[in-house]
Design a binder for this molecule. Sequence first.
Ligand code: SF4
Length: 290
Amino acid sequence: MDFISAVELIDKCSQENITISEAMIRREVTLFHIDRDSAIERMAHSYDIMKRAVERALSEELLSMGGLIGGESKKIFDRNSKGKSVCGDILSKAISYAVGVLEVSSSMGLIVAAPTAGSSGVIPGVFLAIQEAFELSDETMTLALFNAGAIGYLITTNATVSGAEAGCQAEVGAASAMAASAVCELMGGTAEQCLDAASTALTNVLGLVCDPIAGLVEAPCQKRNAMGASNALISAEITLGGVRHIIPFDETVEAMYRVGKSMPVELRETAMGGIATTPTGCQLCKNILN
Ligand code: SF4
């Protein structure tokens, strides 16, 4: 059970009448010679780490290595708790959880790099917010992580998830696509819909540059994760509403890679362009280095 494109994945799902998460579980079992329970157990452990990262951000004072971020998750969460959110409960929680995971990551805490440390907030943010809103079990969320994994695997195999190679579109864009697809499956969407949602999410951030201030994965990374979580939910909502994505997933991934390769080196994690080289970005960099 292997697949190297979305076309092959959809074929397998339709031939065997299975979900994307089931196809990914079978792939893991076959390729890594492990039994199904072990594969699921390992994924459950990853989900546990994601949940604990969110809990830490809401309950502890975390300061990032560069001092650019810390405490944002709780501020956003508290405002929503007072009924003041302008985004609604699910989105507000997804945002606060996503930025929280970046606080944990940038203070050298334990996170799951899904697909990278810089984009590690998107999936936990979306998953926990959806789990709470729809009262889903950890087991259900763990299975949905396999769906997200399938999308991440396809992007990694056919393009990249590295900001240094293809900009933030590859990191946060990939995380958005993974989360969007998983949400579709959680809400009863078909395999085709999952891949449509993933395509939409990637398309929405095509061309997004990687420009970390002082070269640290703190800012603008943290807020990009909030945007990535929103992007995932928007893309799932659009698709679940019955709106098709015009460009197939495989072609979208190829386009993202092409755009990434045509980006100047200044906009690919070198901190030599974008927001990193604004006067304030440069001053912050000097302060940190001193
Ligand atoms: S700006 Fe660069 S380092 Fe930060 S999250 Fe995006 S890709 Fe990662």
